[in-house]
Design a protein around this ligand. Structure first.
Ligand code: HEM
Length: 482
């Protein structure tokens, strides 16, 4: 038997093809409640797209511990070899709109939601170990330069390179972005990084600092800029299709998860500011330690319900994992739930994909639009209470560790120093001749569209990182504009 169509209130629909009119040629009637139910819902189908990372794809899977971490963190999902935690992942480009091409030159988002027994844990990283800027106050301006010109509504090389050349702390990420790593073949073939430093806290309250690295087991595979442009024209949803189709045919992508861990003393002594997200921690000095594997083996049933409504935040942590003082991270802690309240409403954590499904949820939050989880039933909505409502816990280890803070309140700027040019220069020198050729070609292909004075300013930064790097970009620009 075929299922019977109903209105949103459950009334069977007798005719879903023809509107109710006064006579065959007459106007439609306000009493056509079935049509009004249908069209008014349609009129409201769109919600605001993510202000960044709008275009993305997601999948379900699990995380399995292969190396126990109970000696460094009390986070239970990292305890015991073989322990599995369900995960939802979303990958994305950053600057483009919901309908933009998957192969655009851009970092890729790498966001994971672990449904642990202690509540959800989100790892909201990128496919790059560093970021463009190190103070969140710069973020809205930086993003504006990656979006459209306010007058022409076009992507604008002057805006883009003007900002980058005036904020040279961006150089490390720019060097990654304009290598072929800026155009990954798809989401399965790239690594993922927390980029930020976080804190692990052990059972005795002792803390260390760490960063996540997820290394693809499919192998890194990148596109050249010509390939990326061609695919953008022929199949703009290339990465989305690649992820979905591979999982649909049982070829589950996986990543091996590692952490780099530094003690407080190592953090204090490191040559660079350890919390500066424009820098990496040397893997030679601080080797990767294997922790587990991430496997994605189930496609979403419904894109909007699961992928579009997913709400990740780097502040969604569990006992045993805490934010570090990294300023960019601190800025993000507020921004994500704030944008979720705007994009999905104040009860965004009641949307099934965001519900902490393996932890018991009980609090005093009530009401608001779309309160759909029973709203606390008849339980007390206040604390302290004498009637069986939830209470704060005195379980040891749930509160943040006490960390010393010194200094006067002020807008303490991170100074631009020669240090900002060391790692981009090191990265340039590490590239093979083939990779260098592509990096230079990709930069020239974009920078040539900016004004001459911007080109010249940017070339000086490349030179400061490595004289050959700068000279080659300079020569490339000359040849391109002759
Ligand atoms: C998405 C803000 C830096 C990774 C977003 C969104 C906002 C935002 C507002 C949209 C979220 C949504 O609508 O659900 C910021 C701010 C930053 C910052 C203010 C700096 C101060 C970063 C960095 C990374 C990152 C450094 C990576 C290390 C992501 C990812 C998403 C995202 C992966 C997409 C999450 C998803 O798939 O839903 N960011 N961001 N962001 N951001 Fe950031």
């Amino acid at each position: 038997m075929r299922p019977v169509l109903t209105t949103s209130t459950g009334m069977p629909v007798d005719n879903n093809q023809t509107s109710l009119t006064a006579g065959p040629d007459g106007p439609m009637l306000l009493m056509d409640t079935q049509y009004i139910d249908k069209i008014s819902h349609f009129d409201r189908e769109r919600i605001p797209e993510r202000v960044v990372h709008a275009k993305g794809a997601g999948a379900h899977g699990y995380f399995e511990v292969t190396h126990d971490l109970s000696h460094v963190t009390r986070a239970k999902f990292l305890h015991g070899v073989g322990k599995r935690t369900p995960v939802f992942a979303r990958f994305s480009t950053v600057g483009g709109e919901l309908g933009s091409a998957d192969t655009a030159r851009d970092p890729r988002g790498f966001a994971l939601k672990f449904y642990t027994e202690e509540g959800n844990y989100d790892m909201v990283g990128n496919n790059t170990p560093v970021f463009f800027i190190r103070d969140p106050n710069k973020f809205p301006d930086f993003i504006h330069t990656q979006k459209r010109n306010p007058q022409t509504h076009l992507k604008d090389a002057d805006m883009f390179w003007d900002f980058l050349s005036l904020v040279p702390e961006t150089l490390h990420q720019v060097t990654i972005l304009f290598s072929n790593r800026g155009t990954p073949y798809g989401f399965r073939h790239m690594h993922g990084y927390s980029s930020h430093t976080f804190k692990f806290v052990d059972h005795n309250g002792k803390y260390s600092y760490f960063k996540w690295h997820f290394r693809t087991n499919q192998g890194v595979k990148n596109l050249t800029s010509e390939e990326a442009e061609r695919i953008a024209g022929s199949n703009p949803d290339h990465a989305t299709a690649d992820l979905f189709n591979s999982i649909a045919k049982g070829d589950s992508p996986s990543w091996t998860a590692y952490v780099q861990i530094l003690s407080e003393e190592q953090v204090a002594k490191y040559r660079f500011n350890s919390f500066d997200i424009t820098k990496v921690w040397s893997q030679k000095v601080f080797p990767l330690q294997e922790v587990g594997k991430l496997v994605l083996n189930r496609n979403p049933e419904n894109y909007f319900a699961e992928v579009e409504q997913a709400a990740f935040s780097p502040g969604t942590v569990v006992p045993g994992i805490e934010p570090s003082p990294d300023r960019m991270l601190q800025g993000r802690l507020f921004s994500y739930p704030d944008t979720h309240r705007h994009r999905l409403g104040p009860n965004f954590n009641q949307i099934p994909i965001n519900v902490p499904r393996n932890a018991k949820l009980q609090n005093h939050q009530r009401d608001g639009p779309m309160a759909i989880n029973g709203n606390g039933g008849n339980k007390p909505n206040y604390e302290p209470n004498s009637f069986g409502g939830p209470y704060q816990t005195d379980e040891v280890g749930v509160s943040y560790t006490a960390a010393p803070v010194v200094g006067a309140v002020g807008r303490h700027t991170y100074q631009l120093t020669d240090d900002d040019f060391v790692q981009p220069g090191d990265l340039y020198r590490l590239l093979s001749p083939y990779e260098k050729d592509h990096l230079i070609k990709n930069i020239v292909g974009s920078l040539k569209n900016a004004k001459k004075f911007i080109q010249e300013r940017q070339v000086q930064h490349f030179k400061r990182a490595d004289p050959e790097y700068g000279r080659r970009v300079e020569e490339g620009l000359k040849a391109a504009t002759m």
